[in-house]
Design a protein around this ligand. Structure first.
Ligand SMILES: Cc1cc2nc3c(=O)[nH]c(=O)nc-3n(C[C@H](O)[C@H](O)[C@H](O)COP(=O)(O)OP(=O)(O)OC[C@H]3O[C@@H](n4cnc5c(N)ncnc54)[C@H](O)[C@@H]3O)c2cc1C
Ligand SMILES: NC(=O)c1ccc[n+]([C@@H]2O[C@H](COP(=O)([O-])OP(=O)(O)OC[C@H]3O[C@@H](n4cnc5c(N)ncnc54)[C@H](O)[C@@H]3O)[C@@H](O)[C@H]2O)c1
Length: 452
């Protein structure tokens, strides 16, 4: 058993900068990784999905350019698309490994687990440290469908190995992954069917977000099956699949993608041996400062049940470094922002009106149908809206939902205004560049003005 200054389990989006920062300060740091360097985001999440969507949206935009008078015949070299996706993923994973090694972090390429004494072991090595960080992320949660284990299926983990575009893809789920990968496959030539357990896509967002996305997905030719559950999965010849549905129908496809949420990677850790508690969903139970029920053992990112976004895990590493340095930071001390990278995109920051209502905050709303604006008409973008949530009492901007072209970029304006405590009255007189989508943000603040 070896004593070091810090142990990090998992080379995810928070674990790597946490380990390298301490190592660069001269600390002895050991990092365990059981699979590929860079975790979910680089290998099976953000990086491959966004490289894939770059190709898909290029195809989608070219196919839709007829409204501009530009007629394109799109042919997709699917193997080349996927080769590029994997090359970018592999490049990012290699550069993560180089970064870890250059910082002087000791790497153990093995699965880590706790011993009864609270030490961490793996790959025939055993360590103890005053600070241990669990950054083990999550994996796809599989729906309990009879026959699934005998049926070939994809998750976000293996879909990037596809060599041929499936003629017909069945996707279970209507959340982030189903929408991004589903729209991507559709734009690259697959007939995509989304099986929604409920009545709408992105059910965690306001219904008007779902309505715009559903319209966009249907324009792409995606078939939505509402209130539809698979009762049995079966393999067919040639790696094809059949799903028996709750409405009595059977749907056959060339590929099945499961996109039904996540489960934390905490089983293999045997945390119970070290007196570290998990919550009912398997996340490491942490306090406001990301410390587990065992002093000196911390968890962040998805393993700790933080919102499942890369920038949240990354921010968690800064939160923990600051906490260890005696500064007052909490696990939720930033405004949550995120985006769905469909077309149109969904850019979100802070509270939706529904979330504000659930917290008992009285709000005013600003709303604009962005499809009718000059910019959208000039560019031929028909779909989208901008929405602003303003605290009725303080006039502060507390949330925004932007659905439209590249709104994942634009929403940062509002994120920064929320973070800095700006009011709608401060946004309203600002001057933005013409002709941009950004120039409608002051008008959005005006739309949220208190009726005189
Ligand atoms: C398809 C998809 C697309 C996504 N797109 C985006 C996006 O565009 N933007 C965004 O912000 N987020 C996105 N996400 C979410 C984002 O990828 C995750 O929230 C983020 O990677 C979580 O980081 P983490 O630090 O919690 O863990 P991870 O990045 O998952 O890292 C955990 C690491 O721990 C390792 N590990 C697990 N158990 C052990 C063990 N016992 N011993 C040793 N090593 C272990 C794993 O192998 C892994 O490398 C996407 C996710 C998916 C699935
Ligand atoms: N752009 C991004 O930042 C991005 C992209 C992809 C994923 N992510 C993160 O990863 C998380 C996981 O993505 P996801 O799409 O797997 O989860 P999700 O929570 O977004 O969606 C899960 C979907 O599966 C459905 N579902 C759940 N259990 C089911 C069952 N048993 N049968 C049928 N349907 C079922 C839900 O109704 C929902 O539609 C996201 O919540 C997000 O935080 C982020």
């Amino acid at each position: 058993m070896d004593t070091v200054d810090a142990i990090v389990i998992g080379s995810g989006q928070g674990g790597v900068p946490f380990a390298t920062t301490l190592a660069e300060q001269g600390k002895r740091v050991v990092l365990f990784e059981r699979e590929r360097f860079g975790g979910n985001c680089i290998n099976w999440g953000c990086t491959p999905s966004k490289a894939f969507l770059a190709a898909a949206h290029a195809a989608g935009r070219a196919s839709a350019a007829g409204v501009l008078g530009v007629n394109c015949r799109v042919t997709v070299d699917f193997p080349k698309v996927m080769e590029r996706v994997r090359e970018i993923r592999d490049r990012f994973a290699r550069s993560t490994q180089s970064r870890i090694e250059a910082a002087g972090v000791e790497v153990v390429e093995a699965e880590a687990s706790f011993t009864g004494q609270g030490h961490v072991q793996g790959g025939g090595r055993s360590f103890s440290a005053p600070v241990t960080v669990i950054d083990t992320g999550s994996s796809a949660a599989l729906p309990p469908i009879p026959g699934l284990q005998e049926t070939p299926y994809f998750t976000n983990h293996n879909i990037w190995e596809l060599e041929r575009c499936p003629e017909r893809t069945l996707i279970i789920g209507g959340g982030f992954i189903a929408l991004e990968i589903g729209q991507g496959l559709s734009r690259l030539g697959s007939e995509v069917h989304l099986l929604l357990r409920g009545n709408r896509v992105l059910a965690s967002e306001s219904p008007r977000v779902s309505a715009v996305l559903e319209e966009a997905l249907q324009r792409d030719g995606i078939v939505l099956h509402r209130r539809t559950e698979a009762k049995r999965a079966s393999p067919l010849a040639g790696n094809r699949v059949a799903l028996a549905l709750n409405n009595g129908e059977t749907l056959e496809g060339d590929a099945l993608l499961l996109a039904t949420g996540r489960r934390p990677n905490t089983e293999a850790l045997h945390v119970d041996r070290a007196g570290i508690e998990l919550d009912e969903r398997g996340h490491v139970r942490v306090n406001d400062h990301l410390e587990s029920t065992r002093p000196g053992v911390y968890a962040f990112g998805e393993a700790a049940g933080q919102p499942a976004f890369t920038h949240v895990s990354w921010e968690d590493h800064r939160r923990l470094l600051a906490t260890l340095a005696g500064q007052p930071r909490r696990r939720d001390d930033r405004v949550l922002a995120y985006a769905v990278f469909t077309e149109p995109q969904v850019g979100r920051a802070g509270l939706s009106p529904e979330q504000a209502a659930a917290k008992g905050i009285a709000v005013r709303e600003g709303y604009m149908d962005i499809g009718n604006t000059n910019r959208a008409i000039e560019w031929g973008h028909g779909l989208g809206f901008f929405q602003l949530t303003v605290d009725a009492e303080s006039d502060r901007i507390i949330g925004a939902t932007l659905v439209g072209y590249e709104t994942a970029e634009l929403v940062h304006v509002l994120l920064d205004l929320i973070e800095t405590g700006a009011t709608a009255s401060q946004l309203e007189p600002l001057q933005h560049i013409h002709p941009t989508y950004g120039e409608y943000l002051p008008s959005l603040a005006q739309a949220a003005r208190q009726p005189e």
